[in-house]
Design a protein around this ligand. Structure first.
Ligand SMILES: Cc1cc2nc3c(=O)[nH]c(=O)nc-3n(C[C@H](O)[C@H](O)[C@H](O)COP(=O)(O)O)c2cc1C
Length: 193
C-alpha cells in the first residue's frame, strides 16, 4: 500500500467506525489542554467522520470541562486504537464548537434518540451527585428529553495531521500525513515507528 492508499483507507476506517459499535475507532480519546496548560483526555463516541473534509464529529454537554477547555483553546488531539485492524491513529487538529441554537446542533439533536437526549437532561457534568442515595432497583424519575436540548453541543474536529501506526508481528509501520487548509493531503512520509 502506498501512502495515498493508507490515507484513504484510514478515513474509510473512521467513516465506517462512526456507524459500527464493534469498531475500535467508535470510541476515541479526545484530548484538550486546560487553563493550567495540563493535558486532559476523555473517551468520546465518534458520531460522524468525513474523509473528504478530514472531519470527526462528537457530541457533548456544553456545561462540561472539555467544552470550556476547547472554547478557550481549540487545539485538540484525537487518539484511537482498533485491535481488529491493529491500527493506532493519532490526529491533531482544531475543534469548532456548535452550541445549542446553532443550525448544526439543532440538526444533530433532531437525529438523536429520545434515550440519548435524556443524557443531557441531568445536572451539570462533574457536579456532586449523591449516588449513595440512589436505589439501583428503583426506576429513576424519567427525565424530560427536551430538558437536555439547551446543554447539547457539537464538536467538529478538523484534522491537520494523522500519525498512522500499524502494529505488525515484525517491523511495525508508521506514517505521518499532513493536510492543508482545503483538507487535501499536503505531505506524507514513512517514519521510524
Ligand atoms: C466509552 C465511553 C464513551 C463516552 N462518550 C462520550 C461522548 O460521546 N461525549 C461525552 O461528552 N462524554 C462521553 N463519555 C464520558 C467522557 O469520557 C467524560 O467522562 C465526560 O464527558 C466528562 O469529561 P470532561 O469533564 O473532560 O468534559 C464517554 C465515556 C466512555 C467510557
Amino acid at each position: 500500500m502506498n501512502l495515498a492508499d493508507i490515507d484513504a483507507s484510514a478515513w474509510r476506517e473512521l467513516e465506517t467506525a462512526a456507524a459500527s459499535p464493534q469498531s475500535g475507532f467508535r470510541f476515541l480519546s479526545l484530548c484538550s489542554v486546560d487553563a493550567e496548560r495540563r493535558p486532559q483526555a476523555r473517551m468520546v463516541v465518534l458520531r460522524r467522520a468525513d474523509g473528504s473534509l478530514r472531519v470527526l464529529e462528537f457530541h457533548t454537554d456544553t456545561r462540561s470541562s472539555k467544552w470550556r477547555e476547547l472554547s478557550a483553546n481549540p487545539h485538540a488531539t484525537v487518539l484511537g486504537f482498533c485491535a481488529q485492524a491493529r491500527l493506532q491513529f493519532r490526529l491533531q487538529g482544531v475543534v469548532e464548537l456548535h452550541a445549542a441554537g446553532s443550525d448544526q446542533a439543532k440538526a444533530a439533536w433532531d437525529k438523536l434518540s429520545p434515550w440519548t437526549r435524556t443524557t443531557y437532561a441531568g445536572g451539570p457534568p462533574g457536579d456532586e451527585h449523591a449516588f449513595d442515595a440512589v436505589d439501583e432497583a428503583a426506576p429513576s424519575e424519567p427525565s424530560d428529553e427536551a430538558e437536555g436540548k439547551p446543554h447539547f453541543g457539537l464538536l467538529i474536529f478538523r484534522a491537520r495531521t494523522l500519525d498512522w501506526f500499524q502494529l505488525r508481528q515484525q517491523d511495525n509501520r508508521r506514517a505521518l500525513l499532513t493536510y492543508d487548509e482545503t483538507s487535501a493531503l499536503a505531505a506524507c512520509r514513512w517514519v521510524n515507528p
